[in-house]
Write a protein that binds this ligand. Structure first.
Ligand code: SF4
Length: 400
């Protein structure tokens, strides 16, 4: 087993602390354990780096002529070496990284991080995994509990899809997240990106991961132009595949490092080229950063006054009364249900713990937003999405 010369941390993917078998221990009290230092052959002078790279591994690095093609062996080796060194020094110490969680924990982090900054996700993820450390636990939670725990992460349909996914994993796969791409993308709410990210980051499999940050960074460094957003095109997919290190553990580090660079340094509007480890090799910088910030997608929609804002207000109010057990308003009613969300038909011999499901009375609903036509449209859409329940008297509650 290869070990890190800077410590006793086994190399990822090669031993009993690999991404594939990452030993997960629950994180208590929000404490984040120190991340291990990753190790690659490229870190050590005199060690052959050809194993991590390109098809013709017999060609010594120095024998390959420099070309204009930034994906040539020389350029790729230099880019990877610089990027991996930067990653080792600068990767954020997120609690789902470095083999410290299960594949399920990685999937949860990826779902939460969609359209939400990772730094915002951390407290939610820690609390979530503390409450529901595996798919079976989440599957047995009530919808109200799940939506309440989702809090202000936004786009709450993701929470419902995640719970649907948990039910499939718990039932069909005996609580073990499947390890093939086809099985993963067949799960509710799991698309190409999430499946690839889980296989790469949690299982250490060699698979390109294509998200906005990776597309932007690769396109700038290697093609010298902006990635314009929208769906990934064939050229971007081919590029991501072509430059992926051939060895699985290095490919996982590469995916994470490029993504991190795109998130922290090679940002969309104001890339920090002065402090970028890839600046000496970046074709976009060399070309004068043509079309910096150009996007194919439409401008970001304003938030104030939108249905999204109204829907958020309604859910926030319902979460508030759930968290407070209905005490933040004397008019809020409650209906007891079991912890698993099943209303008992008859009183059992041993009473299970009950979870109050408070309702928000109609007058308090109406006080949330002045335009009642828009308010009712949003209530209807939330109901349609399965995010709320409308009671016969017009009061609302989170689904059980
Ligand atoms: S030099 Fe600038 S544009 Fe190029 S990869 Fe770095 S931050 Fe991005």
């Amino acid at each position: 087993m290869a070990t890190c010369p800077r410590g006793a941390i086994p190399r990822i993917g090669t031993g009993d602390h690999s991404f594939a078998t990452g030993v997960w221990s629950p994180v208590h009290n929000g404490a984040v354990p120190k991340r291990p230092v990753t190790f690659r052959a490229t870190d050590v002078p005199g060690v052959d780096v050809s194993d991590a790279d390109v098809p013709d591994a017999d060609v010594p690095e120095t024998d390959v002529p420099e070309t204009d093609d930034s994906t040539s062996l020389n350029s790729l080796t230099a880019i990877r070496t610089a990027l991996f060194a930067w990653w080792d020094a600068n990767a954020r110490d997120l609690p789902w990284r470095f083999g410290r969680t299960t594949p399920w924990g990685v999937l949860v982090s990826e779902v939460m991080s969609q359209q939400t900054q990772m730094s915002r996700v951390v407290p939610y993820w820690l609390s979530w995994m503390g409450t529901w450390p595996d798919a079976a636990a989440l599957a047995s939670a009530s919808t109200a509990e799940v939506l309440t725990a989702w809090g202000r992460l936004g786009y709450p349909r993701r929470a419902l899809r995640l719970q649907e996914c948990a039910k499939v994993v718990a039932g069909r796969y005996h609580d073990a997240l499947p390890a093939t791409y086809d099985e993963l993308v067949a799960l509710p709410g799991v698309g190409d990106y999430t499946a690839s990210a889980v296989l790469s980051f949690a299982r250490g499999q060699r698979i390109p991961v294509i998200d906005t940050n990776i597309r932007r960074a690769l396109s700038r460094v290697l093609l010298g132009k902006e990635s314009l957003g929208g769906s990934a095109n064939r050229e971007e997919r081919d590029l991501a595949e072509r430059v992926l290190p051939s060895k699985a553990p290095d490919s996982a580090t590469w995916n994470q490092a490029v993504m991190e660079l795109g998130a922290l340094v090679c940002t969309a509007k104001a890339p920090l080229c002065d402090s970028c480890p890839l600046a000496p090799r970046c074709r976009f910088l060399a070309a004068g950063r043509p079309g910096l910030g150009e996007r194919r997608t439409r401008p970001r929609q304003r938030f104030q006054g939108t249905n999204r804002q109204v829907r958020g207000k309604i859910l926030e109010a319902l979460r508030g009364i759930s968290v407070n057990g209905g005490v933040d308003g004397a008019a809020a009613g409650t209906q007891p249900v079991t912890a698993t969300g099943v209303q008992p038909a008859t009183a059992p011999e041993v009473q299970p713990a009950t979870v109050p499901v408070p309702t928000l009375p109609r007058d308090r609903v109406e006080a949330l937003w002045g335009d009642h036509v828009q308010l009712d449209a949003c209530i209807a859409s939330l109901d349609e999405d399965g995010l709320i329940e409308i009671m016969p008297d017009g009061s609302l509650r989170l689904p059980r």
